[in-house]
Design a protein around this ligand. Structure first.
Ligand SMILES: [Zn+2]
Length: 148
């Protein structure tokens, strides 16, 4: 199976489009954590770690959730993106310091974007399309998403 970075090269541009900031996607486990995804910020650039090998639809939901954090934008500046995946969490590297409200808000944004794409996807999808095709179509549609 190809790597996610080969399959989804458009995710960085999509993350910037939805989140409003430059984003680097790292297909690596978040450092020091068991979570599937982690967003950190260094200066004006965001870094999203996504654990490789996740179920495709779950991966896309994790991606959208992390982009939700970019959109919300109130992460602490961290060095998490520099550290190896298996390192211990350091000081001020945890976006959850921003609190549960931020997690809820990121979930709501992810759900909203996914629903938005699903609602527009039917004419482009065939019933038997595998999940990676669905994700490609959702991602392509979301590139045209505009805030109303
Ligand atoms: Zn989160």
């Amino acid at each position: 199976m190809a790597n996610e970075s080969d399959w989804y090269p458009e995710f960085e541009a999509l993350a910037e489009h939805l989140g409003g900031w430059p984003v680097v996607i790292r297909w690596r486990s978040p450092p020091g954590r068991n979570d599937a995804g982690l967003t950190s910020r260094h200066r004006l650039r965001f870094y999203i770690n996504i654990q490789p090998g996740l179920d495709t639809m779950y991966m896309f939901k994790v991606f959208l959730h992390e982009v939700g954090h970019v959109k919300i934008g109130n992460l602490y500046s961290t060095d998490a993106y520099l550290r190896p995946s298996n390192s211990e969490p350091g000081v001020s590297t945890h976006p959850e310091y921003a609190g549960d409200q931020t997690e809820d808000a990121a979930d709501k944004l992810a759900d909203y974007w996914l629903s938005w794409a699903e609602a527009r996807s039917f004419k482009y999808l065939d019933p038997g399309d595998p999940d990676h095709v669905r994700v490609k179509i959702y991602a392509g549609l979301l590139k045209h998403y505009k805030e109303t």
